[in-house]
Each structure stands twice: as structure tokens, then as C-alpha cells.
Write a protein that binds this ligand. Structure first.
Ligand SMILES: Nc1ncnc2c1ncn2[C@@H]1O[C@H](COP(=O)(O)OP(=O)(O)O)[C@@H](O)[C@H]1O
Ligand SMILES: [Mg+2]
Length: 485
């Protein structure tokens, strides 16, 4: 190891390069990401399963689709679903822009239009705000009496002795365009001295927009390609339709069904990676997961049968994800056999390593690990070369104690990372510039798990546990003797 402290250790730029001692798994993960294959990672806790799944997400192509749910006017409880590509989204923005029409000044529209909108004085032709009834230029009433739009104007002017002023909000004009075709152009007052001009193209865009307005983006284009689900709840995994006390009737103040649709992790992982840690804990949900993997579509409906959401169902919501599951070796039997055969059929099962042989190269890998952990933690100092050597001794000891392998280094790196962090805290407390060997030794002493502490104290775990039981037993007997029970 040619460095004085771990700040000099070169780090990989590649996220998969940060994973130590799992060369086979890393290679397969790389292929799985590129070829979109499923993956099952098997092994004890703290050896890099989650890390591997997350790193894979860097190698997955960026999403190209956005998933949208839309109002179904014929059957609101069966909202439509469709995908939009980046190109569609750009086109939509163009439509939105077109639908705004053109904003011009009153001078730029035909005089009779600006007159009827209340800008132009029909007497002298001067322009003024449409809020003013009297022309500030000639002092006359601006509107042309013959074109007064209110049928009550005569009556009103008699009763109140004022001339009523009702300029029009909007004037429709049939115009002939350059190609000789007739088209309707709409001129609208747009606040201040502004007129909005909507030609037929803008009008078409507006109608399209009106239809699209009743839609909601379920899964946006810009999203994370890594989605983790715990399987703690069905709705988290498969989505839901929220309850609405007004039965989804907008007339009654309710929220329409399509707006209450919530995507599940399987939908959010569309085009990306769905990671499920402790896969066997999914239990029966594994069936649904399998269906989603086979069909690449999964409906969303309200999960709570007593909720108004239960009446809503969105069919065929896309969920084309790469599945990465993780589990302990002991729990393999709790994974649904068809799910495993699906993974094997279009992907890989990988058993992760728990130790690596003690070679020069692997010793350097552990130095890299030390440096990585310091940087990831961001609050502890780097370690000296001596500290790394001390950690390597511990890694070798653990490979033997835990996994019964000699001349090897442990890959149960979460625990070893804990040692580094604790040592870092000790160094920091002392105001030391680096983590020194003594800090590593101190941390090892303090970071022993309760099981290890039992071994230290009683020689083995079981004797310690037996003692625990008997002592509580004695206490309860004493209590009952005193009449507590
Ligand atoms: N193979 C590894 N290479 C580098 N760091 C690791 C490795 N395994 C575990 N670690 C460290 O331990 C932490 C926890 O690992 P994690 O991937 O969550 O383990 P698992 O999912 O297998 O329980 C990681 O964030 C990392 O700091
Ligand atoms: Mg994990």
C-alpha cells in the first residue's frame, strides 16, 4: 500500500466500481442493466446488495415516456391511460403556446373591432382604456349608439340619466386568409391596452388543450430510475385510487376519479429498476409482482373496498421495469417458485460472496473501502496507513470467526464500515487529524454486537441467554412472593 493516509487512495468514478469483492455480481449487474434482465441477489445483510441495485440504476437508459391518466367522459370511473414521449411533451408545449393566441395592441386590429371592444372612440378615433366610457380626447361618449349591445341601454339612460357603457368582451370576425379561405378570428380584451387574437389554428389548439386539461401526469418523464419498495403495503407497491367523500362528482365539490389515481412503485419504476429488499416479506404480493413482470402492465384500482376509490379502475398502466430482488440465503424457500423461475428465465440469480481471499489486490480494495466510507460519511477524518492495516487485521479475524475461512478478508462490509465510523468519531473527539490504529482498536471494542458482548461475558451466547431468563424468573417469583402477582 503506497499511501500515507486514505485521502491519497484513488477512487473509482464508476458507481459499480465502488462495490468491493463482488466481482461476479458486478459483472452480471452490468449486463442486466444493459440488457434489461431481472436479478435476484442472495446473501447475508451488509454485503452490498442494496448498493449493487442502486449502482445499476446509473447504467439504465433515461426514461423516454411519461404516463398520463385522463378523464373518460363516457365513464369517469374508467380513466384512460396513455404514454407521452419527450416529443409529444414538446408538441404539447407548442400547442399551449399557440392556444394563447397573439397579443396585440388595439391599433393593430381592425378599427371596428377596437371600437366594439371599447378602446377606440367612435367619434374621433382616439384610443383609450376600455374601462373609460368617455373619450379623454374629444370628451364624447366612446361607443357608437347604434352598436350598443345592451337592450337595456335606453331604459337605463332614462332612469339614471347616464349613458350606459357596455363594450364587448369578445368580437368574432369572419376573415379571408391569404389562401382565400374563410376563417373565424376572435378578438378578446386581454387587460390593459391589450387585445388577444385567436385565429383558427389557435382555436384548434385551445380545443385540444381543453381535452388534455382533464388529465394528470401519473409518472413524469424526469424521474429516478431507481425505485425501492418495501412491500409493507399493497398500495405502495401496486398503486391506489384515493377515497372521495363526494363520490368523485365535481358538481358536488368532489375530485374526479382520474385525479385520485396514485401510482405504485411498479409504475414509478417503469423503464427503470424496481428494487425489493427482503423479497420473501412480500408474501402473497409476489403473485401480483409476477403478473406485472409478465404483462408489463398492471391496473390501478382502489384497494380499500369500503372507499369510493374501489369503484375506479385504470386498466393497463405501463410498468416495464427491471426487477432486482434481494434476500437472505435462509429465506430463499419463501420466494414464490414461479417468480424465481421467471427471474431465472429472463435474468440471473446471484449468490454474493461473504469473504475474499487475502491477496495484495484485495488488501488494496479494503483501503479503497476505507476511503469510500470516510467520504460517504463526510464527518470523519481519513485514516492513516496504520489504521487501514489495523482494519485489515480485523477483516481477516472476522472472515475466520464469522465465516470460518482462513487467509481471507470479510465482505460483511456494513459492519466494518461501522468500525470506521466509530473510529472516526473517536479521532474527532480527540481532535486527531487522522484515524489512527488505536482508534480502530477502540472502535472494534465498542462496536461489538450484543451477541458478541454475550460471548465476551459468558463464553457463549446461549449461556448468557439462559442467565437472562432465569434472572427474570427469579424476579417474578420474588414479586409474587411479596404479593405483587
Ligand atoms: N461490497 C461492498 N463494497 C463496498 N461497500 C459495501 C459493500 N457491502 C456493503 N458495503 C457498505 O455497507 C453499506 C450497506 O450495504 P448494503 O448494500 O445496504 O448491504 P445489503 O443490502 O447487502 O444489506 C453500504 O452502503 C456500504 O457502505
Ligand atoms: Mg440492503
Amino acid at each position: 500500500m503506497d499511501f500515507d493516509n486514505t485521502s491519497e487512495v484513488p477512487l473509482p468514478k464508476d458507481p459499480l466500481g465502488m462495490i468491493i469483492g463482488q466481482d461476479k455480481a458486478v459483472e452480471i449487474a452490468r449486463i442486466a442493466a444493459r440488457q434489461r434482465r431481472h436479478l435476484l441477489l442472495v446473501g447475508p445483510p451488509g454485503i452490498g446488495k442494496s448498493m449493487l441495485a442502486k449502482a445499476m440504476a446509473y447504467y439504465v437508459q433515461k426514461p423516454t415516456q411519461e404516463v398520463v391518466v385522463a378523464h373518460n367522459p363516457q365513464h369517469p370511473e374508467r380513466p384512460f391511460v396513455f404514454v407521452r414521449t419527450a416529443k409529444d411533451i414538446r408538441e404539447h408545449e407548442v400547442i399551449e403556446k399557440k392556444a394563447q393566441g397573439k397579443i396585440v395592441s388595439p391599433e393593430q386590429v381592425p378599427p371596428f373591432v377596437s371600437e366594439r371592444l371599447g378602446f377606440r372612440c367612435s367619434k374621433c378615433g382616439a384610443m383609450s382604456s376600455s374601462d373609460e366610457a368617455i373619450c379623454p380626447e374629444c370628451g364624447e361618449f366612446k361607443l357608437n349608439e347604434r352598436e350598443q349591445s345592451s337592450p337595456f341601454s335606453d331604459l337605463l339612460s332614462q332612469v339614471f340619466n347616464v349613458e350606459s357603457y357596455y363594450p364587448e368582451e369578445e368580437v368574432h370576425v369572419t376573415e379571408i386568409d391569404e389562401t382565400g379561405r374563410e376563417e373565424i378570428v376572435i378578438y378578446q380584451r386581454a387587460g390593459g391596452m391589450k387585445v388577444r387574437v385567436l385565429d383558427s389554428e389557435a382555436f384548434k389548439s385551445l380545443t385540444r388543450l381543453e381535452k388534455l386539461k382533464k388529465s394528470k401526469v401519473l409518472v413524469p418523464l424526469k424521474r429516478n430510475t431507481f425505485v425501492q419498495a418495501t412491500g409493507a403495503s399493497e398500495t405502495e407497491l401496486l398503486g391506489d385510487v384515493r377515497h372521495d367523500p363526494w363520490g368523485g362528482m365535481p358538481e358536488a365539490g368532489g375530485t374526479p376519479p382520474y385525479q385520485r389515481v396514485v401510482p405504485g412503485a411498479i409504475h414509478e419504476a417503469h423503464e427503470g429498476i424496481l428494487f425489493i429488499d427482503e423479497l420473501p416479506q412480500l408474501g402473497k404480493l409476489q403473485h401480483h409482482l409476477l403478473t406485472a413482470m409478465q404483462d408489463k402492465y398492471f391496473p390501478i384500482s382502489g384497494m380499500n373496498p369500503t372507499s369510493s376509490g374501489a369503484m375506479v379502475k385504470v386498466a393497463r398502466v405501463p410498468c416495464d421495469f427491471i426487477f432486482v430482488g434481494a434476500c437472505n440465503t435462509n429465506d430463499l424457500g419463501d420466494i414464490l417458485p414461479p417468480l424465481r423461475s421467471r427471474i431465472l428465465g429472463s435474468g440471473y440469480e446471484v449468490l454474493l460472496e461473504t469473504t475474499m481471499s487475502k491477496t495484495k489486490q484485495n488488501i488494496e480494495k479494503l483501503a479503497q473501502f476505507f476511503a469510500q466510507e470516510v467520504i460517504l460519511d463526510a464527518r470523519i477524518p481519513h485514516g492513516t496507513r496504520g489504521a487501514v492495516e489495523e482494519l485489515i487485521k480485523e477483516a481477516e479475524k472476522r472472515a475466520y470467526e464469522v465465516d470460518d475461512v482462513r487467509n481471507a478478508l470479510t465482505l460483511r462490509l456494513r459492519d466494518l464500515g461501522g468500525v470506521i465510523r466509530l473510529a472516526g468519531d473517536l479521532a474527532k473527539l480527540e481532535g486527531s487529524q487522522f484515524i489512527e490504529p488505536k482508534h480502530i482498536r477502540g472502535a472494534i471494542k465498542n462496536s461489538r454486537s450484543v451477541e458478541q458482548q454475550l460471548v465476551d461475558k459468558y463464553g457463549n451466547i446461549w449461556r448468557g441467554q439462559a442467565k437472562d431468563h432465569s434472572s427474570s424468573h427469579i424476579i417474578s417469583n420474588e414479586k409474587s412472593a411479596k404479593g405483587y402477582a
